[in-house]
Design a protein around this ligand. Structure first.
Ligand SMILES: [Fe+2]
Length: 418
């Protein structure tokens, strides 16, 4: 599954080839660099990468003159990592691993989801120029490293098979504690700050992505993105990233679907989905979202005066996300508690649709993130690329291949074959 020319799949043959080129260039630029070895060995890699026993290993040796890269693991390397491939991919897509706060964040969120033993990293050499070189190398690779395209493998590695089945059966699913409580607290503080600075009497704010690094990190959450890939296909784009602060009182968003201006009957496939992040514990009294399970099968919105089927309150702990899609019926509950319920709404559309909020493509933002962020901002989009020379067939053909691989994986999960 070859990604676009400027992208790389983690530890693929081309990743190793670019790693060799990058390390060669970096070592040639450096002065007084000691000889070193760096190495990784990751288990449960996706089978399409073709590693024996799905163990992905590599090392790079610098003898003071040149770089040699091969597929052996060197446990005594000056810098080494071992662990599970999907867990290691989080750091493998993180830019800024030389910045203590960034590295601590990546490690905390990885450990939160996969457990403390999922990945271990060892430094045996603390030469300042070597530490800086390895950091620069990892940054260069991370900003080109894509998400694991094998969704069947990814869902299994993330432990989300149940969620995918629920999503298609009920029209929604809840991923409990998808982020750490610390990250949820930081997000709540930053969200309140952003909403306050906006001074909108409705206590809501669109375009939240552009209000800080914490939001860039949240929208790339691997668990939510996996639900979005499964329901909307690859190349799904941000419709809007919104903040909402809901005070005490009646809910103000009545029963509806998110299919604005979509003719009925709705299609059999999903066109739009929303992940709502709980930044405090959600209970009936806190005024949560309510959803009517299975209502996506009605393929229409509620009619005026209609007596709807019963709904369920989405109760979930802080740091969880509820994702609903495909025109499922939902509404905002009444809040009985004092204070505000602060939530972030990550609304995505299938890649063939337009967005609600305009995309603001900032090269600096793309540069400090993996291609995952660019994908949701339409960078891999096969539309809007027509030039005087014609269509961008390379991008189109890549997205057709990626979506076929993705669709086959989802079908296998739903059939119980993955
Ligand atoms: Fe909605």
């Amino acid at each position: 599954m070859e990604p676009l020319a400027h992208q790389l799949e983690y530890l693929s043959d081309r990743w190793l080839s670019i790693a060799s080129e990058t390390l060669t260039a970096l070592t040639q630029q450096a002065e007084d660099l000691p000889a070193f070895v760096i190495s990784e060995s990751l288990t449960n890699a996706p089978s399409h990468l073709g590693w024996p026993d799905n163990v992905a290993s590599w090392s790079a040796r610098f003898d003071g003159q040149g770089i040699v890269v091969d597929r052996t693991f060197v446990p005594t390397a000056d810098w080494s990592r071992q662990g599970a491939y999907q867990a290691a991919l989080i750091a493998g897509q993180t830019i800024g691993m030389n910045v203590p706060e960034v590295a601590a964040f990546a490690l905390r969120e990885t450990n939160h989801w996969f457990g403390d033993a999922a990945v271990s990293e060892t430094w045996r050499e603390s030469d300042e120029s070597l530490v800086r070189l390895i950091g620069n190398f990892r940054d260069h690779m991370a900003r080109r490293t894509v998400e694991n395209p094998d969704i069947a493998h990814r869902v299994s590695a993330l432990g989300m098979t149940r969620h995918i089945k629920e999503l298609f059966d009920q029209g929604y699913t809840v991923v409990e504690r998808a982020i750490s409580p610390e990250f949820a607290d930081a997000l709540r503080e930053e969200t309140v700050r952003a909403v306050r600075s906006h001074q909108n009497p409705s206590r809501s704010l669109n375009g939240l992505l552009y209000h800080g690094l914490v939001f860039e990190r949240l929208v790339q959450n691997p668990q939510l993105m996996t639900l979005i890939d499964a329901s909307l296909g690859r190349g799904a784009v941000i419709a809007s990233i919104s903040a909402l602060c809901k005070g005490p009182g009646k809910g103000v968003i009545p029963l509806h679907t998110d299919y604005a201006q979509v003719p009925e009957p709705y299609p059999d496939y999903s066109m739009t989905g929303v992940g709502v992040w709980a930044l405090e514990d959600w209970t009936v009294a806190s005024g949560p979202t309510w959803i009517i399970p299975g209502s996506h099968r009605l393929k229409r919105g509620p009619k005026p005066g209609e007596n709807p089927p019963p709904g369920v309150a989405i109760e979930m702990p802080k740091g969880s996300v509820v994702y609903f899609h495909q025109g499922v019926w939902h509404w905002q509950g009444d809040r009985e508690l004092p204070g505000e319920r602060v939530s972030i709404h990550a609304h995505f559309n299938r890649g063939i649709l337009r967005s609600l909020e305009p995309k603001r493509i900032d090269v600096q933002m793309l540069h400090r993130n993996s291609p995952r962020l660019g994908e949701m901002l339409g960078e891999d989009d096969w539309f809007d690329k027509l030039s005087a020379d014609g269509r961008d067939y390379k991008r189109l053909e890549h997205m057709i291949r990626l979506n076929r691989f993705n669709d086959e994986g989802v079908a296998a999960i739903l059939a119980g074959a993955a």
